[in-house]
Design a protein around this ligand. Structure first.
Ligand code: C2E
Ligand code: CA
Ligand code: CA
Length: 731
């Protein structure tokens, strides 16, 4: 548009310039014509002086009149030689004495209108004659030179036509004949002004197509006009000619060039504009890309945390306006890290993509699935009820619990979900996520692959957990923890081993059960220190426990630490413990999934001489294949089966089956949580020889174990019974 405007501007300016040039050219031509016309008249007017300024003429026109002489010397000279159409001689009284019109030398009767028209110029001549004074004086003054010509001209319309009339005073040139009086004869010459007359003018001034016409003649288009006026300033004729138009000419010549330049300019401008638009489009696209990147996760294309926050803002607004409640689900994959570590990052990415695809299948059209981090997802479930939220969480867990086929093979990761149902708009996006996240943490502490619904009480729990974590950090640093040992006996009552169980007697909280602070240590990154403390204690105490076998609990988070085995080796070296007397208790959860590292770690522990026991057997994902695949020496039947022995026949059946299974696989088997004689008898009947439980001894200080070893008896450690809080005792 700018270039088009520029083009129009340039053309308009050019046209204005051309117009101006044309106008000034026209003015110049008009001036030229005016001056030329006057000059031409003057030139014509001077020609009769050749005969009027002549001694002979004075003699033959004034002193005496000789018609024949006049005809041949005046009339024929003017008509034939000079091309005048008319010659009239007036005597000193201004009476015509000779008139020649064309060839007719006796035409006095036909020149009435000419005489009338000439009267003013004749008067002019007479006035000049008077002013000149006596001719003799004048001649004297001129000192041998001919006198000044006295003449007057006018253009006039007469019966003869448009005439250039000149009145010239007849004067002697050398003074050989002198006029009789102070008034001399006057010669009137006339020339018809026609196209011929003007063609001379046209030639001289390079004018084109010059025409003469009546003053009211029709104007020729494209022609300029000049009025010819008589002595009274009355228009008597009009000259028309085709003026030169240098501006138009210049325009005509330059226009193609200008147009080409303009077209080039427009094309250039269009190309620039096109490029500009492309650049803008690219910019917009890249901005959109950046905006998309800012709000989406590049791996899955799912909305990210930022976008989720926006969506939550919208959901809260909707809740405020329409009472439309919603639920926030925070989802954490249970075994992403293991899969990522074992199969590589590509497998991890594949898993994330596949899982996000599965999760998106659970979402309704108004729900939003977002990826918050490495293996964390969130769903905003719109219009959710408590039941609806429960259903979605359960469905997510079910889907994630199924094996997933990726390039690396078949994996299954499982997931844990925390749900926050938001039915009051008195929250912000951050709070919604915090609640769901808190619920997720709660779900994780009560085992993986489950879900928890946020409850306000969790906030208190969380605070308490944070406090406990900090206290535990301090306790670990100051050595406030201790280890108690619970006897393990054969059916006959012979003490053959102990289980090391960590104890924390908090100055303000009293006895803190390990079932509470061990998971906090796992979450809070303290499990390495806690684990190392128990191991060191157990290794050192083993020196005073004779041949007793010592079982030490190793949590999954601890065994997965990369430094676990090397540090264990160091500790073995440092304490000089006999590793064959140490039994490491692991849980089934560790074995879940196709984990090569776990297998290797367990193999190395075995190589170091440790025995490996599978704790809480029967509660997790007990799989026969684990027992075959991993290097396990012993299984520990979970307390939940033992407590029902003798009262629930199915419990007897399960215990029987486990014992037979262990036998078949040549594994040792022990029952834990044996509290009653009936339970002991049932276990004996089932063939379970090794037992552990309050029936034979509570966890007790190492000194108490030493005493027990001496007695070869199994007393109940009364002091630890008193110290035990209800929650631990109930476990
Ligand atoms: P666990 O490994 O199953 O340990 C057995 C738990 O059962 C102990 O609870 C023990 O006091 C209790 N118990 C033993 N006999 C009976 C009985 O006859 N009746 C009842 N009701 N309970 C009995 P504790 O010491 O409170 O430990 C709880 C859990 O904390 C342990 O379960 C273990 O998972 C964990 N834990 C304890 N010490 C350690 C440790 O040093 N390292 C790790 N990683 N975990 C530990
Ligand atoms: Ca244990
Ligand atoms: Ca156990």
């Amino acid at each position: 548009m700018v270039s088009a405007a520029l083009g129009i501007g340039v053309i308009t300016a050019l046209m204005a310039f051309a117009n101006m040039a044309d106008r000034s050219a026209l003015q110049r031509e008009q001036q030229l014509l005016q001056n030329g016309f006057t000059g031409l008249l003057d030139e014509h007017a001077r020609r009769p002086s050749a005969v009027a300024l002549w001694d002979e003429a004075v003699k033959n026109l004034d002193l005496s009149f000789d018609h024949d002489w006049t005809e041949s010397n005046i009339g024929q000279y003017l008509a034939g030689v000079q091309g005048f159409e008319l010659a009239v001689v007036l005597d000193r009284t201004d009476q015509p004495i000779f008139a020649m019109l064309g060839d007719d030398s006796r035409a006095i009767g036909q020149v009435g209108s000419v005489l009338a028209a000439s009267a003013p110029i004749v008067d002019n001549v007479r006035e000049a004659e008077r002013l000149r004074g006596p001719i003799t004086d004048h001649l004297r003054k001129m000192d041998g030179q001919p006198p000044r010509i006295i003449y007057s001209t006018a253009v006039s319309n007469t019966d003869v036509g448009l005439l250039a009339l000149t009145a010239t005073l007849v004067q002697p040139d050398f003074g050989q004949s002198l006029p009789q009086t102070s008034r001399s004869a006057v010669l009137i010459s006339g020339e018809v002004i026609d196209d011929d007359f003007l063609s001379d003018l046209a030639r001289r001034y390079l004018l084109k197509q010059v025409h003469l016409g009546a003053p009211d003649a029709e104007r020729i288009p494209g022609h300029a006009a000049l009025m010819v006026r008589d002595s009274t300033r009355q228009p008597i004729a009009m000259i028309q000619w085709k003026p030169q138009r240098p501006g138009a000419e210049m325009l005509r010549m330059s226009m193609p060039l200008v147009l080409v330049a303009l077209i080039a300019l427009v094309i250039l401008a269009m190309r620039y504009q096109h490029r500009g638009r492309q650049a803008t489009q690219r910019l917009v696209q890249s901005e959109a890309r950046v905006a998309h990147l800012a709000y989406h996760d590049p791996l899955t294309g799912l909305p990210n945390r930022l976008r989720l926050a926006d969506h939550l803002d919208g959901a809260i607004e909707l809740l405020r306006k329409d009472q439309r409640s919603f639920a926030v689900h925070c989802i954490d994959l249970d075994r992403f890290n293991e899969i990522n570590d074992n199969f590589g990052q590509k497998a991890g990415d594949d898993l994330i993509r596949e899982v996000s695809r599965l999760f998106s299948l659970c979402c309704g059209p108004h729900d939003l699935l977002a990826r918050l981090g490495k293996d964390e997802f969130a769903i905003v479930q719109s219009g959710a009820t408590p039941d609806g939220a429960d259903a979605l969480a359960a469905r997510l867990i079910e889907l994630a619990g199924k094996p997933v086929e990726i390039d690396a093979g078949r994996v299954f990761s499982g997931c844990t979900v925390g749900v926050a149902l938001i039915d009051h708009p008195d929250v912000d996006a951050f709070e919604c996520l915090r609640r769901a996240d808190l619920a997720l943490n709660m779900a994780k502490t009560s085992g993986r692959s489950g879900y928890a619904m946020y409850a306000p009480a969790m906030d208190g729990d969380l605070r308490q957990r944070l406090e406990i974590r900090e206290d535990l950090r301090e306790a670990l640093a100051q050595g406030d923890l201790s280890v108690a040992y619970q006897p393990q006996v054969h059916q006959g009552g012979k003490l053959y081993g102990v289980e090391a169980l960590v104890r924390w007697n908090h100055s303000a909280r009293g006895h803190v059960p390990p079932s509470l602070f061990v998971p906090i240590a796992e979450e809070g990154g303290l499990i390495d220190k806690l684990g190392a403390f128990v191991l060191r204690r157990a290794f050192e105490d083993s020196k005073v426990l004779g041949n007793l076998r010592i079982a030490v609990n190793i949590s999954a988070a601890q065994i997965r630490l990369p430094d676990f085995v090397p540090e264990l080796e160091l500790l073995v070296e440092e304490t000089g413990v006999d590793t064959r007397r140490i039994e490491l208790e692991i849980t089934e959860g560790l074995l879940l999934g196709d984990d090569r590292t776990t297998e290797q770690t367990l193999g190395r522990l075995r190589d170091l001489g440790f025995r490996i026991a599978l704790d809480d057997f029967g509660t997790g994902y007990s799989s026969l294949s684990y027992l075959q695949r991993y290097p396990i020496d012993k299984i520990k039947i979970d307390r939940s089966f033992i407590s029902n022995l003798g009262t629930d026949s199915s419990a007897d059946a399960v215990v029987n089956a486990i014992v037979r299974l262990a036998r078949a696989l040549r594994l040792d088997v022990i029952a834990e949580g044996v509290e009653t004689e009936i339970q002991r008898v049932c276990l004996a009947a089932a063939g379970c020889d090794d037992i552990q439980g309050y029936l034979f001894g509570r966890p007790m200080p190492v000194l108490a174990i030493q005493a027990m070893m001496k007695d070869h008896a199994v007393p109940v450690a009364q002091e630890t019974v008193r110290n035990l809080p209800v929650s631990a005792a109930a476990r």
